[in-house]
Design a protein around this ligand. Structure first.
Ligand SMILES: *Cc1c(COP(=O)(O)O)cnc(C)c1O
Length: 430
């Protein structure tokens, strides 16, 4: 799409990366349900395996349906390339893998999706990697946490479970000065509300499971590369700058320039880690992305109405939504996220744990599930589910105290959602 005129977001979310199928003229992107692709001849096969020619070999590496989605997301994010994976958590590992080695660390925000906190604080230790968690509002703390072994800074744009928004530009300046890439998880904002690369991020990761697909059908993830980072400026990123033994000494950055990270993600990451997105999942996500801007507008509009109604209700202690004028992040939200702060927030119910459990049980439209970013409204009581294993202190620190529920506001009629919450709060406080 580089030579195309500057199409608007609504056009690109439908067309980027896709064209009528050259074999049949099929207008919608076909699901290429195939494992392998016939080589033209032995020379063609050899060229593909040597990375001298780009093409399809085997669907663990590349698949035409998945390739359309990759180009679609890369275009919407303003990146040069993208690699789709089997889940958002796979995408996070795929983003870190080329950067890290045993003994290296990532400096991460304290405000992250719970699963990411577990992945970074526990699981990556098995690879010899480490995470240092700091408050991203304290830029000096971010600066101080970066040491000689830091290989990435990691945060979320609109942070899950809600109420916090990152000033990406400010954090990117700190990462830049230290010569390390900034990775932004843009799952909750989506490229419609936030384009982290424009604000200085090097890489963007997504759980495409959520808003990009938008209907709770498939899990998936994506890593988008800005193409802006100079991997050869230091000796910190040998996977990208030094000769690669698994490709006869090829140097990814020297050979592929701005596409080095994307080529490495496919040729090494997917080839050897195998966290591949399947073409059915890519199809569902392509269907969802076509309406992304329309849905995000409605998610934001509904979330604002519902959050304002809850905030004014006596049975509610507080609401954390960055889109509310009362939020401590209201100014930052208006400056960095002018189109809105999405559909996720938490609120605290008077009556504590018991009232929350009753509320969740009494709701009719809201579904009690461990998911977010669906067209339908969702709710979860973290203290009795996702954060159950944590101590009360840890629950509070995570914004998931016993009196707190998290909602993902859908695109239904806001008045119906408010009526549903009203009747459930009445039962919860009875
Ligand atoms: C869901 C989620 C993830 C993990 O994605 P999966 O697709 O569930 O693996 C990561 N980050 C955020 C912000 C999420 O909401």
């Amino acid at each position: 799409m580089t030579d195309a005129p500057a199409y608007g977001f609504d056009t690109l979310q439908i067309h980027a990366g896709a064209k009528p199928d050259p074999a049949t003229g099929a207008r919608q992107t076909p699901i290429y349900q195939t494992t392998a692709y016939v080589f033209r001849d032995a020379d063609h096969a050899a060229a593909l395996f040597n990375l001298q020619e780009v093409g399809f070999i085997y669907s663990r590496l590349t698949n035409p349906t998945v390739a359309v989605l990759q180009e679609r997301i890369a275009t919407l994010e303003g990146g040069v390339g993208a690699v789709c994976c089997s889940s958002g958590h796979a995408a996070q590992i795929m983003a870190l893998f080329p950067l890290m080695q045993p003994g290296c660390n990532v400096v991460a925000s304290t405000r992250l999706y719970g699963g990411t906190v577990t992945q970074l604080s526990q699981t990556i230790k098995r690879f010899g990697w480490e995470a240092k968690f700091v408050d991203f509002d304290d830029l000096d703390a971010v600066r101080d946490a970066i040491d000689d072994n830091t290989r990435a800074v990691f945060g979320e744009s609109v942070a899950n479970p809600g109420g916090y928004v990152t000033d990406i530009r400010a954090v990117a300046d700190v990462a830049d000065a230290a010569g390390v890439p900034l990775i932004i998880d843009n799952t909750s904002a989506t490229p419609y509300l936030c384009r982290p690369i424009e604000q200085g991020a090097t890489l963007v990761v997504h759980s495409t499971t959520k808003y990009l697909t938008g209907n709770g059908t498939v899990t998936g993830g994506c890593v988008v590369d800005s193409g802006n980072f100079d991997w050869s400026a230091s000796d910190k990123f040998p996977s990208l700058s030094a000769p690669e033994p698994a490709y006869h000494g090829l140097k990814f950055h020297e050979t592929f320039g701005g596409l080095a990270f994307t080529f490495h993600g496919i040729a090494i990451g997917l080839r050897d880690l195998g966290m591949t997105m399947n073409p059915q999942a890519a199809h569902y996500t392509l269907m969802g992305i076509e309406t992304l801007s329309l849905r995000m507008e409605r998610h934001c509009e509904n979330a604002k109405k519902v959050a304002a109604w809850l905030e004014a209700d006596d049975r509610v202690e507080y609401v954390t939504y960055a889109g509310l004028p009362s939020s401590p992040y209201a100014d930052r939200a208006a400056r960095c996220y002018p189109k809105g702060t999405g559909g996720l927030f938490t609120f605290a119910v008077k009556g504590g744990y018991e009232a929350c459990v009753k509320l969740v049980n009494a709701l009719e439209i809201f579904s009690h599930v461990a998911n977010l970013g669906d067209a339908r409204s969702l709710i979860i009581h973290s203290a009795s589910t996702t954060h159950r294993q944590l101590t009360p202190e840890q629950q509070e620190a995570a914004g998931a105290g016993p009196n707190v529920v998290r909602v993902s506001i859908g695109i239904e009629d806001a008045d119906d959602l408010i009526r549903d919450l009203d009747q459930a709060l009445a039962q919860a406080s009875a």
